[in-house]
Ligand binder design. Structure first.
Ligand SMILES: Nc1ncnc2c1ncn2[C@@H]1O[C@H](COP(=O)(O)OP(=O)(O)OP(=O)(O)O)[C@@H](O)[C@H]1O
Ligand SMILES: [Mg+2]
Length: 373
């Protein structure tokens, strides 16, 4: 049976790669075969996998040697043609960044940091620290910010791989660029963030993603497996549905960033209102309700706009809030509008008539919705 497992076309492909001395490509091809045949021919897949493992060990000892001779400040790799850097590099002060996080995320990050501080203790127990984490979540909820904060906590720079530059180079060179970038990150003490990883990590079954893109995903799969536990590999996306499950299964942690809930909305208002908070205090309930369903960066942008308008003396805060309230109403359903109307009636000086006009509710409805005063 064994001799029927791979097609003559596949055999020709592997022969071409081997004879042409393309060792990396041959390795990727074999990795693909392992995945393809894991179910139908487990013995065959296992033999190939063992072969890959022995190659990998040889490769990582090369890497370690490379690590010892690489200067800590080696220049960032660039795309040959455009000379654009493949990375953005951040070296932040930790105090500047503390993101507002849900209790669950706080827990996960505090453990992750503690693991790094106690590597020795873990290794005595045969354990290694978390080496990879996948951040999911809508735009503007702190995925990139948290990666920066985390790197600062760990006292290393954050390297953000600019996948647009990697991808915009000639397709044939993308794989080489990606490998150069990942090799650099592995050999430099750093946290690496693959931002918007959906750009390359589309499902491999997607027919429009032929050849090269599929190979890139295979490179990524291998890299996540091979990532040294001295480093930390992060990937972020707001399109989890586009990611090949084979990829994110390989990450040690999958962390979901969500839109802020009431408590975090309040904290965000307090943070982004800055020195104007004493004036905003009065509007806290109204703003908090209005910001439901908004991201942190939406809240930040709106409050920045308020502050600029106030600083220039162009508008008063109550006018700004009233305009803001008007933009919030269309996204609310009827029950939410009733609840909002009650807050507006209780917490602002707006007349019943104005509240009724803003929320589109009859004055009687609003009156009935208010608890007996
Ligand atoms: N959790 C948060 N705590 C505090 N500020 C935040 C948070 N999330 C976002 N912000 C503010 O919004 C800005 C943008 O956030 P960030 O770039 O981290 O979002 P993101 O989740 O990476 O979004 P995208 O998916 O669009 O890349 C931050 O620089 C910060 O000012
Ligand atoms: Mg981001």
């Amino acid at each position: 049976m064994d001799d029927l497992i791979i097609s003559s076309e596949e055999f020709a492909q592997i022969a071409r790669l081997a004879i042409g001395g393309q060792q990396d490509d041959a390795r990727l091809f074999v990795a693909k075969m392992v995945r393809k045949h894991r179910i139908d021919s487990p013995d065959f897949a296992k033999r190939l996998e063992d072969l890959l493992k022995s190659l990998r060990t040889a490769r990582s000892s090369q890497l370690l040697r490379k690590e010892s001779i690489t200067k800590p400040q080696a220049p960032l790799p660039v795309d040959d043609e455009s000379r654009l850097s493949l990375f953005r590099r951040y070296e932040d002060q930790v105090e500047q960044l503390h993101p507002l996080l849900s209790a669950n995320l706080e827990q996960s990050f505090s453990q992750l940091i503690q693991e790094r501080q106690q590597v020795q203790r873990l290794s005595e127990l045969g354990l290694r620290p978390t080496k990879s984490a996948f951040f999911l979540g809508p735009p503007g909820v702190g995925k990139t910010l948290t990666a920066r904060w985390l790197a600062a906590q760990l006292n290393v720079p954050l390297l953000v791989l600019d996948l647009t530059t990697v991808m915009s180079s000639l397709l044939g060179k993308t794989g080489a660029n990606l490998r150069a970038a990942l090799d650099y990150a592995k050999s430099t003490p750093s946290v690496l963030l693959l931002d918007e990883i959906d750009a390359i990590a589309k499902r491999r079954s997607d027919d429009s993603d032929i050849g090269e893109l599929k190979r890139l995903v295979t490179v990524m799969l291998q890299e996540v497996d091979d990532w040294p536990s001295s480093g930390l590999l992060l990937a972020a996306t707001n399109h989890p549905e586009l990611i090949d499950p084979a990829l994110w299964r390989r990450f040690d942690l999958v962390l979901e960033f969500t839109l802020p809930e009431t408590k975090q909305i309040k904290q965000a208002i307090e943070r982004f209102a800055g020195d104007e908070m004493p004036y905003m205090e009065r509007w806290l309930e109204v703003l908090t309700y209005g910001f439901q369903g908004s991201s942190f960066s939406d809240i930040e942008r709106t409050l920045q706009r308020f502050r600029r308008a106030m600083a220039l003396g162009r508008s008063r805060l109550d006018e700004l809030v009233e305009d803001f309230v008007r933009t919030c109403v269309p996204k609310l359903d009827k029950d939410q509008r009733k609840a909002f109307a009650v807050i507006l009636a209780d917490k602002t000086k707006l007349s019943q008539r104005t509240i009724s006009e803003i929320t589109g509710l009859a004055r009687d409805t609003i009156r009935r919705a208010r608890p007996i005063q």
